[in-house]
Design a protein around this ligand. Sequence first.
Ligand SMILES: Cc1cc2nc3c(=O)[nH]c(=O)nc-3n(C[C@H](O)[C@H](O)[C@H](O)COP(=O)(O)OP(=O)(O)OC[C@H]3O[C@@H](n4cnc5c(N)ncnc54)[C@H](O)[C@@H]3O)c2cc1C
Length: 200
Amino acid sequence: MPLCKRTDRGWKITTDHGVSMDADWIISTAPAPQTAALMPDGVSFADDLARPKMQGCFTMMLGFDHIIPMDWDAGWGASDDAIGFVADNRQKPNRALKQTALTIHAGNAWSDQHFDHDLDEIQQQMKRRLFELTGIDASKASHMAVHRWRYANVNLPAGKACLLDQEKGLAAAGDWCLGGRVENAFLSASALAREIFDVI
Ligand SMILES: Cc1cc2nc3c(=O)[nH]c(=O)nc-3n(C[C@H](O)[C@H](O)[C@H](O)COP(=O)(O)OP(=O)(O)OC[C@H]3O[C@@H](n4cnc5c(N)ncnc54)[C@H](O)[C@@H]3O)c2cc1C
């Protein structure tokens, strides 16, 4: 992990490879729990960092050698279900897929409950539930992968666009400030950029 040392002029950062650089600010855009672990004791926004509640998500990707006839583009399940969301990638803009490809998210609450389970077991449960809900037989897929995301969504954001300790030159931004969508990651980072430009 890089070593960060406070100096009279800001921060001196030394990387694991021994490269040193000076910085006015250190900004973390890692998820809130990881940012909390990275920040030193006494940072002014420690309470704001402790507030966000983040949720996990398992994602299963299925690729088929053929087109599965479907009369829907996307479907929502429940947060406490093995299937929370299914998207037919052929229906996304600017795709010209000649075979069916599905992105399938487990519900966030279900993912948290099963977070430490074996990925093979998760895959079996998601496949079984997908079949129950949609009739799609995942065992016919020619490509299958499952990924575990620990901090995938935010069900309680920090409630501030960004966090900043002007005295210490430390700041944080991310979707967890405002809510778990990519737009919020952008809005949080732009708010932080504006605040930093205002104070320098
Ligand atoms: C499976 C999935 C599907 C999604 N689908 C959608 C969607 O359809 N629409 C939508 O709007 N949003 C979607 N999102 C949410 C969207 O991806 C996030 O809102 C967005 O990526 C948040 O951006 P961010 O920069 O705040 O955090 P992230 O993109 O999570 O970036 C955080 C970065 O911090 C790095 N990091 C973590 N810890 C450390 C550390 N200790 N040191 C250094 N670096 C560290 C991570 O490697 C990562 O690169 C989805 C998220 C997931 C997981």
